[in-house]
Design a protein around this ligand. Sequence first.
Ligand code: SF4
Length: 364
Amino acid sequence: MFSAYRDRNLVRKTAERIAEAANGEPLRIMHVCGTHEWAITHNGLRELLPENVQVVAGPGCPVCVTPGGEIDALCLLAQERGVVITTFGDVLRVPGRKGSLAEAKASGADVRVVYGISDAVRMARQETGREFVHFAIGFETTAPTTAVEVIKGPPGNFSVFTSHKLIPPAMEHLLKSGARIDGFICPGHVSTIIGADAYRGLASRYAKPMAVAGFEPLDIMLAILNIALQRKRGVAEVYNEYARAVRGPGNKVALLAMEKAFQVSDADWRGIGTIRGSGLVLRGECSKYDAAARYGIAAVGGGSMPEGCSCGDVLLGTLRPEECPLFGRGCTPERPVGPCMVSIEGTCAIAFKYSDLRIRSRRP
Ligand code: SF4
């Protein structure tokens, strides 16, 4: 079906309007969403923008920012205590400090890939003689499903190791740190949950224009145009370009479930460090399903990246994947060194998929 949001002429015309609005002044916009990075790279949108307008990827890949120490702790739980670990496929190959869950599985540990937490709960109900821990990662997009399952009351042999993270505190952390960011493209999926209003305080406190965007080429270009126009007018607002899916207050049912199941905590972001108020831990009645408490897992950080890997700089938008000396040489999706090359939402994996290097390496 034809979608105006994919119309190349409209996309090109919008690029011309961006050039007019930016008026030759440097404009550095950050997005914080793996799917946005995929859409921008897949559709060649960076190539359409004028040289003075730069769109960089920030920490928008939840797998990439999951601390290596958490992966180590779950490997140990599976290997030494025979606990079944369930998680999403992307997480398996992410290197911890001492190995990955895929390696633990290869050595005999019971690590299972699930499509969602409800699959893990179902397994726990069926195998009552085993202990199950679900490794719950993701931003506000996946946290509500974790909340709902825990509120429903899973069986006693099931618990959750929560590594959910919140996007607005990470955006604030970057702005506070003085990173050169002139505006944000706010993540579409996360915004369907938290709403466009969730960014208004940030936009006005830091005087940064923001736009919530969908995932089609025109969505993203319109968001960039709006940010450029806001700057030209000297305002810093939140424009909701993705109004067909995102409402101002967000999804009240999902937000209520999150509020009931979780309380906000500080969290370690791999490659970035501790960000205040950016994590979620189980609260109240739900805390009896907290795997960290059940198995005595102390706070596990492990924010550093594997040796030689520049994922920390990639996640902060200060280095393009192609600028990492290992990109496409020592580090490929088949043999990843850092987490940004593992996940399908990782900036390095996306860049590799569409890079000349990959095309050259596949030629006979
Ligand atoms: S190319 Fe590999 S080593 Fe370099 S930053 Fe990306 S994931 Fe890390």
